[in-house]
Design a protein around this ligand. Structure first.
Ligand code: FAD
Length: 295
């Protein structure tokens, strides 16, 4: 039997109590639902002395708001809450509905938080890919105030972010997408509810008279061990007419030059690259169909 090592839990009264506690103790580890953190503690990867349980902050930090052209999602919002929201019914955010269909099991979705998905800083953090293609921003709060970081600049390495020890992730946000746009997310894995996909792709596209006015693409990795944008492939596609030929060129001539896949016990680099091409093509076709009124 694997026992979880003993650790202390600090239960804050509210956000300001949590920020006070963090400012005084460098060893406090913030925890949302614990679906990622507790696994790491149990396996000994993270040594925890005291965990700061953020769940009591749900009264302040669990929400989905759409105000003044901006979508704001509180960090303590669970994946289940997001999946039950009206937001994912909006065709522009159909990629979030795709995430819901592929995100683990109901049990995990009920405890996994949006902020925790970002904080986990893992290549296979599903929500992060959608936030990358929606030009998401991460709001960090500390006792000294707030700062907002572009999600493209949030990750430093696997499980490493620019978050300082005294900050919590309070919110993620993005500007409402224009009407003639949509999103898609595809995760290739072996079975439903499996935690680890082989390749993940998220995409956003805005079309006008079949011209790609804007496109954003994110993969679980472009070379670094965290989700990233495929900037050069985006640039190549932008401003051109959507066609099979254009997509083929992007997949064969541009993507392989900017993507560095790895080989490990789960899949080879060649297989991952091939899969990345197939999934990106499917995602772009899916978005086109969504913009044109299909699914
Ligand atoms: C069986 C299983 C299946 C899974 N399937 C998926 C899947 O399909 N897709 C997927 O993307 N993920 C999956 N995961 C990973 C995990 O569930 C998600 O990353 C989840 O969103 C993490 O949220 P959490 O609230 O549980 O984070 P936690 O485990 O509480 O925290 C994760 C990390 O973020 C930090 N953190 C959390 N919240 C905050 C905050 N507000 N401020 C600052 N730091 C914070 C923690 O310190 C920790 O480092 C799975 C995990 C398991 C165990």
């Amino acid at each position: 039997m694997v026992c979880i090592p003993r650790f202390n839990v600090y239960i804050p009264k509210d956000v300001s109590d949590a920020l006070n506690a963090l400012s005084q103790r460098k060893d406090l580890i913030p925890m949302g639902g614990g679906s990622d953190l507790l696994v790491l503690i149990r396996s000994g990867i993270v040594k925890a002395n005291t965990v700061l349980d953020l769940w009591p902050l749900r009264k302040e930090l669990a929400y989905i708001k759409r105000e003044k052209g901006t979508v704001r999602i509180g960090a303590l919002t669970t994946i289940s809450e997001l999946c039950e929201s009206d937001l994912i019914k909006d065709i522009r955010y159909a990629g979030l509905a795709d995430v819901c269909k592929k995100f683990s099991t109901p049990f995990i979705r009920n405890i996994a938080t949006v902020g925790g998905n970002v904080g986990a800083a893992h290549p296979l953090s599903d929500m992060v890919l959608m936030l990358l293609v929606l030009n998401g921003k991460v709001k960090l709060l500390s006792k000294n105030g707030k700062r907002v970081v572009d999600i493209t600049k949030f990750f430093k390495g696997k499980r490493q972010t620019v978050r300082n020890y005294d900050e919590i992730i309070a919110e993620v946000s993005f500007t409402e997408a224009p009407p003639n746009s949509s999103t898609a997310f595809i995760k290739f894995d072996r079975r439903w509810g499996h935690a680890m996909g082989y390749v993940l792709v998220g995409a956003y596209m805005q079309l006008h008279d079949n011209i790609i006015e804007d496109v954003r693409i994110a993969f679980d990795s472009m070379g670094n061990p965290y989700p990233e944008r495929a900037w050069k492939t985006e640039e190549f596609l932008k401003g051109n007419e959507f066609s099979d030929e254009l997509i083929k060129q992007a997949l064969n001539d541009v993507l392989p030059k900017e993507m560095k896949r790895i080989t490990d016990y789960r899949a080879s680099a060649e297989y991952r690259l091939d899969l990345s091409k197939v999934l990106l093509r499917r995602a772009l076709l899916k978005i086109k169909s969504r913009i044109e009124g299909g699914d």
